[in-house]
Design a protein around this ligand. Structure first.
Ligand code: ASP
Ligand code: MG
Length: 465
């Protein structure tokens, strides 16, 4: 099926709907997009902090009444209603919010009496966040004379029954989107759809994992064959490096899917990695833009042929640890590796780098420090005498497609780092050859990052890199 050139999906994150003032800015952007495109689809996150509150309410409902949390939820959503300038419409919306929160209270009371909270019930509980934010924004638009309708994605996004981290059935979702969303678009109505949410084939509510609204946006971009997906956030786009670390960091106008994935994997918090996988299926371009500025943003799409610049960005993953398993005996490498990585999968640990020194039978890998406790639980008993952890590690990566075709990149990388007297604790080249990564001590991070930005990305070298 062809791309709909006149259709665009806009997704707003938690901060962009975080208060009545911010929602008003989001609404301005929606109206502006509608001037540019005939058909606009909006996907929203919950108000910032609300998903956490709901999860807390669900879990703590086991042993206490959730009065305080419900009150906090009420306050946040009442405040947001200030985005609705029409008094009658505003009152009506507040009544609907009350009704929804009453329903939530009943569910939480149920958890208390049953004495059990399952992933399935948690998914039902967190769904209120996006259902509330979409209601308010749809009313805000209506009050400004824009035709819009809030949609619960549980009616559209079909998933498996893996609660809290469901996988989408694109075919079934496309059918539903054709039935439920397309007719609205044809009438010029802007659907305001809950991000993050889906439902299993038999109608049980599911969610797509934390931060999943980005993913929802890519799903709708796909099934609705939209021209682009805009991720509206609170930064201007993707930078060449964290501007707090490097003064002359600049906004990137373009990235390939692979580069963006690699950046997301190594710590850039701009976009949820699953989003990029979904967008890649039909090569739908993703534009990362700021709700609060007029910055042109960063466009993520399939790499163009003949593009020369090989290094695009530097990413930094802080608060990491190196785990070493030492001297397990020659000839046992394969088994030890299997055991280790099986355990890491079991603990859902994000292993960022791995090296194996075969002569001494050592294996080292880098994980987020937050996960070290779990890693210990899984491996310490078996490898007690061979187990060592080095904390205070940062992983610094340069990312750019085409690095594999360019000779001497690794040499330049390590020379720049070494010139600062920085000791490499561990090195790797991304298997996709889109990145080169080094694990160093946190204290060395600033000087390594500055040197690498100078070497590969400083304005004077950008032309030749
Ligand atoms: N509200 C969900 C979360 O906080 C989804 C999202 O914001 O993307 O995880
Ligand atoms: Mg979010």
């Amino acid at each position: 099926m062809n791309v709909n050139e006149q259709r665009v999906v806009l997704k707003f994150g938690g901060t962009s709907v975080g208060s009545s003032t911010n929602m008003a800015k989001a609404i301005d952007k929606i109206i502006k997009a509608k001037e540019e495109y005939d058909e606009v689809v909006v996907v929203l996150s919950a108000i910032s902090g609300v998903t956490n509150l709901l999860l807390y309410a669900g879990r703590s409902a086991l042993y206490k009444r959730p009065k305080d949390t419900l009150l906090q939820l009420k306050e946040k959503h009442y405040e947001a209603c200030d985005v609705i300038p029409d008094t009658k419409l505003k009152m009506q919306t507040i009544l609907e919010i009350d009704e929804m929160l009453m329903e939530l209270e009943k569910i939480l009371t149920g958890v208390f009496y049953v004495g059990e909270v399952t992933p399935r019930s948690l998914d039902h509980i967190v769904s209120f966040g996006e259902r509330l934010s979409t209601l308010i924004v749809a009313r805000g638009l209506k009050a400004r004379g824009v035709k819009s309708d809030n949609i619960d994605a549980a009616e559209v996004v079909v998933t498996d029954a893996a609660f809290m981290n469901a996988t989408v059935d694109f075919e079934k979702t496309e059918e539903r989107a054709r039935e439920k969303i397309e007719p609205l678009l044809k009438q010029g109505i802007i659907p305001i759809i809950t991000g993050f949410i889906g439902a299993s084939a038999n109608g049980q509510r599911t969610t797509l994992g934390r931060g999943g609204s980005d993913y929802s946006a890519a799903i709708f971009g796909d099934v609705l064959h939209s021209k682009e997906v805009w991720i509206m956030t609170d930064v201007d786009g993707v930078m060449s490096c964290d501007p707090r670390l490097v003064e002359d960091a600049y906004l990137l106008d373009e990235l390939s899917y692979l580069e963006a994935m690699e950046l997301a994997y190594f710590g850039a918090k701009v976009i949820h990695p699953k989003t990029l996988e979904a967008a890649k299926r039909k090569k739908i371009p993703i534009l990362i833009k700021n709700t609060f500025s007029d910055s042109p943003g960063t466009l993520i799409r399939a790499a163009r042929e003949g593009e020369r610049k090989v290094v695009k960005s530097i990413s930094i993953f802080k608060d990491a640890s190196i785990v070493e398993i030492k001297g397990y005996g020659i000839g046992k490498a394969a088994r030890v590796m299997k055991e280790i990585f099986h355990s890491m999968e079991e603990g859902q640990i994000n292993v960022m780098m791995v090296t194996q020194g075969s002569s001494q039978a050592n294996v080292s890998f880098v994980v987020p420090s937050d996960d070290v406790k779990t890693v210990k639980k899984l491996l310490l008993r078996q490898y007690y005498e061979r187990f060592n952890v080095i904390d205070g590690i940062s992983v610094v990566s340069i990312v750019g497609e085409g690095m594999s075709e360019t000779a001497g990149m690794a040499a330049r990388f390590f020379k720049a780092v070494a010139a600062q007297g920085v000791n490499n604790m561990m090195i790797s080249q991304g298997s996709s050859e889109v990145s080169i990564n080094v694990a160093i001590l946190e204290d060395d991070m600033q000087s390594a990052v500055t040197a690498l930005h100078d070497e590969f990305l400083s304005p004077s070298k950008r032309a030749s890199a």
